[in-house]
Design a protein around this ligand. Structure first.
Ligand code: IPE
Ligand code: IPE
Ligand code: MG
Length: 232
């Protein structure tokens, strides 16, 4: 069973650090390093066609300013260094989220990365940064309402396909969602796109969730019986 759209809620960086007597930012550093490795692994082994990554929620802005700034610096540094590497790997980068809440430098780096990789035809990596699932749905509702007001479409034209087209990006449904660290919740992640996803909640903190753990997760996915309401 092929995974078209894989998603990971990257969680447990802070607890990973705490367990080792380190400060939370060390956990984020280790998490970022692991994420880089996993993206290449997924791309090179063609484990999925789309990969959505929840790396910073709109709610995460409520954290201590120092932690938020550290994470933003980490993202920025990373965006600047991966540009050429991802082009070579044929990876296409997308960003989903509220850019108004991010500083100009990050927004510029995001735009550049999207622009530089837009013609790549390999793995599509969708970074959910400054992202909220309800906000994405609200934004979609505004976009569609505006089209109705402008006379471009009629109310009768609104269907699930049109809703999908008016999300941040028109992405296929998520097939398999992994959330590391043992938390069994969604935390406002891609609410529209997960409607029929298979969930997997390993106890492992994200910095330790390596290629082997991912292989194990995928093996578990292969055992799932996806019925989509039908009887087999
Ligand atoms: C996930 O790790 C990374 C982000 C949310 C940015 P956490 O920072 O949530 O780590 P825990 O859950 O506190 O261990
Ligand atoms: C969800 O993790 C957001 C990301 C992983 C980016 P959190 O650690 O912020 O979620 P809660 O607070 O445990 O629900
Ligand atoms: Mg967390």
């Amino acid at each position: 069973m092929n995974i078209n759209h894989l998603a990971i809620i990257v969680d447990g960086n802070g607890r990973w650090a705490k367990k080792r007597g380190l400060i939370r930012s060390e956990g984020h550093k280790a998490g970022a390093k692991n994420l880089e490795k996993l993206i290449l692994y997924i791309s090179r082994n063609k484990l999925a066609n789309y990969l959505s990554l929840y790396v910073f929620s709109t709610e995460n802005f409520a954290r201590d300013e120092k932690e938020v700034n550290y994470l933003m610096e980490l993202f920025l540094k990373w965006f600047k260094t991966v540009k050429d590497k991802y082009s070579k790997e044929n990876i296409k980068i997308l960003f989903s989220g509220n850019k108004d809440l991010l500083n100009r430098e990050i927004v510029d780096a995001i735009k550049k990365l999207e622009e530089n990789t837009k013609n790549n035809t390999g793995l599509v990596v969708n970074f959910c940064l400054s992202y909220g699932g309800r906000e994405e749905i609200t934004t979609m509702a505004k976009k569609i309402s505006q089209k109705v007001l402008d006379g471009k479409i009629n109310i009768e034209d609104i269907n699930e396909k049109l809703v999908s087209e008016n999300m941040y990006y028109e992405l296929p449904d998520i097939d398999f969602l992994i959330r590391t660290s043992g938390e069994n919740r969604i935390s406002n992640f891609m609410l529209w796109q997960i409607s029929y996803a298979e969930f997997y909640f390993p106890m492992t903190y994200f910095p330790d969730f390596d290629e082997k753990c991912l292989d194990e997760a995928i093996k578990e996915y292969q055992k799932r019986d996806r019925r989509f309401g039908k009887i087999k």
